[in-house]
Design a protein around this ligand. Structure first.
Ligand code: HEM
Length: 332
C-alpha cells in the first residue's frame, strides 16, 4: 500500500514539475509586449474597481450581499430575489477576483526577469499584497455595516494601489531609476509639495464623504463631522493644489523640460476638471454620477502625480534581452 502511495506521489510531483517547466519556459525573458500589456492592465483594472466600488456605494448597494465571504448565510452568489442591489454588490465581488488574477499574472510575467528587474517585481508584489488586503477590508466593511472609517480606508488603499500601479507602468516603459536629477531644486521641492497637497486633499475628501449622504448607505453610521463645513475645508487644499500645479507647469515650461511638463499638464487638466466637478456636485445635492466621477478622477490624479514625481529623475533602461542572451551564451 505504502509503495503504491509513494509511486503515485512521485508520478504527481513529476507531472506538476513538467507543467511548471513548460509554463516557466513560456514566461517573458525581457520587458516586452506581454509585460507592458499586464502593467497597463494592472493600472486600468485598479482604477476600474474604484469605479465599480463607487457604484456599489453610490447606489446604496453596499449591503446588497448582507454578509461576507458568502453573499448570504445560505448562498455564495446573489440570487434573483436579492434584486439590483445584490447584483451590483456581487458584480463588484466578481470583478475583485479579476483584479486579483491580473495581479497574480503580473507577478508571473516578471518571474524570469526578477533578478534584472527587482524594482518591477517589488512593485508587482506590493500590488498583489495590497489587492489581497483590499479583499479583506472590503469584506470587513460589510461585516461592520459600512462603517465610514473602514469604507474610507478601503478607498484610500485603492488610491495608493493606483499610484503604485502607475509607478509600475512608468518603470516598465522608462526603465529603472537613474542617478541624475533632471530638474532644479526649486522644481523638485514644488513637485513634492504638490504631491503632499494631493494626499491632504484626498484625505479631506474622504472625511467629507464620511460625513455626507454617500458615506455607506442610508442606514449606515456617519463620522459625526459637519459635511457642509468639511466641503469647504476639503476644497482649500484642492485650490492650493491647482495653484501649485500651475506654477509647476510654468516653471517646467521656462526650463524647457518638455517631457516632464507633459505630465504636469496632464495633472493640471485632471485637477481643473476635478475642481469643476467638486463645485458643481456640492451645489447640486451630490448627484451620484458626479460623485462617482470625482472618486475616479481623484485616482487618476494620484496616478499622474506619481508619474510626474518619477519623471524628475533620469531612468536607466536595462536591456533584459541582452542580459538574458549573455546568460545563455555563458551557460552554453
Ligand atoms: C482638485 C482636487 C480635488 C481632489 C483631488 C478631490 C478629491 C476628493 C476625494 C478623494 C473625495 C472622496 C471620495 C470618496 O471617498 O468617495 C472627495 C469628496 C468630495 N469633494 Fe473633492 N477633490 C478635489 C476638489 C474639490 C473641490 C474644489 C470641491 C468643491 C467644493 C470638492 C468637493 C467635494 C465634495 C462635496 C465631496 C464629498 C462628496 C460626497 O459627500 O460623497 N472637491 N474629493
Amino acid at each position: 500500500m505504502n509503495a503504491v502511495i509513494a509511486r503515485m506521489s512521485q508520478f504527481v510531483s513529476a507531472r506538476v514539475q513538467s507543467v511548471f517547466t513548460v509554463v516557466g519556459a513560456r514566461l517573458p525573458q525581457f520587458v516586452g509586449a506581454r509585460v507592458r500589456f499586464f502593467a497597463v492592465a494592472t493600472l486600468v483594472i485598479q482604477i476600474l474597481i474604484v469605479a465599480t466600488g463607487g457604484a456599489v456605494r453610490l447606489t446604496g448597494s453596499g449591503l446588497g450581499c448582507p454578509t461576507w465571504p458568502l453573499c448570504t448565510d445560505a448562498s455564495l452568489i446573489a440570487t434573483p430575489e436579492m434584486g439590483l442591489h445584490g447584483a451590483i454588490e456581487f458584480g463588484n465581488r466578481l470583478l475583485s477576483i479579476v483584479v486579483g488574477l491580473v495581479a497574480v499574472l503580473m507577478v508571473l510575467m516578471l518571474l524570469r526577469i526578477r533578478r534584472e528587474r527587482r524594482d518591477l517585481m517589488t512593485l508587482a508584489l506590493v500590488i498583489l499584497g495590497g489587492t489581497v488586503l483590499q479583499g479583506l477590508i472590503g469584506g470587513l466593511s460589510v461585516r461592520v455595516q459600512l462603517d465610514p472609517s473602514v469604507v474610507g480606508v478601503h478607498f484610500a488603499i485603492s488610491a495608493i494601489l493606483v499610484a503604485v500601479s502607475a509607478a509600475l507602468v512608468y518603470r516598465v516603459w522608462c526603465g529603472q531609476r537613474g542617478a541624475e536629477r533632471l530638474v532644479s531644486r526649486p522644481i523638485t521641492i514644488l513637485t513634492h509639495v504638490t504631491s503632499l497637497l494631493v494626499a491632504v486633499t484626498v484625505i479631506a475628501g474622504i472625511l467629507t464623504t464620511g460625513a455626507g449622504p454617500h458615506a455607506g448607505d442610508d442606514g449606515s453610521a456617519r463620522n459625526g463631522l459637519d459635511a457642509s463645513i468639511l466641503q469647504h475645508v476639503h476644497s482649500w487644499p484642492g485650490y492650493a493644489l491647482l495653484a501649485a500645479t500651475l506654477a509647476l507647469v510654468i516653471m517646467l515650461a521656462r526650463a524647457r523640460h518638455r517631457r516632464i511638463m507633459d505630465f504636469a499638464v496632464i495633472l493640471l487638466v485632471l485637477e481643473v476638471v476635478q475642481a469643476l466637478i467638486g463645485v458643481i456636485q456640492s451645489r447640486t445635492g451630490l448627484p451620484i454620477l458626479l460623485v462617482g466621477s470625482h472618486m475616479v478622477i481623484a485616482c487618476m490624479i494620484a496616478a499622474a502625480m506619481t508619474a510626474l514625481v518619477l519623471s524628475l529623475r533620469s531612468s536607466a533602461p536595462t536591456n533584459e534581452r541582452a542580459v538574458t542572451q549573455e546568460v545563455l551564451t555563458v551557460a552554453n
